[in-house]
Write a protein that binds this ligand. Structure first.
Ligand SMILES: [Mg+2]
Length: 206
């Protein structure tokens, strides 16, 4: 089984940082800001779709996304509880692990190193605007599980034939994750093993 992960929220514990980055991006293109308490209801991927919904003009979408990535890169975030140990266990067991994210390569690689999990990840797919395509490419017809924390992640996993595990992180409410196809919801990775995930996937398949 291949273990595929989204990054923001899913590994990086950064919903607070993302809310600040979203408002920085909105301000930079002259749009109105959102309240932190409403972030999980407003956050949407791809970023273009969120910024369009939040009132950004189509010709300013690229500028807003660039500001968002820059604001995210400029502020460190912690790793989610148990994630480093979980990735190390998977890597130690010889499992294939990959990160698929819409985020930019420089920022992603710097954060992987900062969290000291870069050695555990076999492939990093950055700038992945189309997650279904990216997941299919990485899966290559094999069994795979995708850990993500947004509706978009869950729907993409289902479309690409991956087992969708929803991680509750502050980017998206649980009911939306479930409605988008999450088969299992976790809040952190403490004491989770590759075998646990395999068993969950198998139980749902039967
Ligand atoms: Mg995410």
């Amino acid at each position: 089984m291949k273990f595929l992960f989204d990054w923001n929220g899913t590994i990086a514990d950064d919903a607070g940082r993302a809310c600040l980055a979203t408002n920085a991006a909105l301000i930079s293109v002259g749009a109105g800001t959102i309240r932190p308490s409403e972030f999980d209801r407003n956050f949407l991927l791809p970023l273009d779709a969120m910024f369009l919904r939040l009132g950004v003009q189509p010709d300013r979408l690229q500028a807003a996304a660039a500001e968002w990535n820059s604001a995210m890169a400029g502020q460190p975030a912690p790793i989610r509880a148990g994630a480093a140990d979980f990735l190390a266990r998977l890597h130690g067991d010889g499992e294939f692990c990959a990160v698929i994210s819409a985020a930019g390569a420089d920022y992603l690689l710097a954060e992987l190193r900062a969290f000291e999990v870069d050695d555990c990840i076999d492939v990093v797919l950055s700038g992945a605007a189309d997650k279904v395509k990216a997941l299919r490419e990485l899966r290559r017809g094999e069994e795979a599980v995708y850990f993500g924390d947004t509706e978009y992640d869950m729907a993409s996993a289902v479309a690409a034939g991956c087992f969708p595990v929803g991680v509750l992180t502050g980017y998206c409410p649980e009911e939306k994750l479930r409605a988008a196809g999450a088969q299992v919801i976790i809040t952190d990775y403490t004491q989770l093993s590759g075998e646990d995930v395999r068993s969950m996937a198998l139980a749902r398949a039967n």
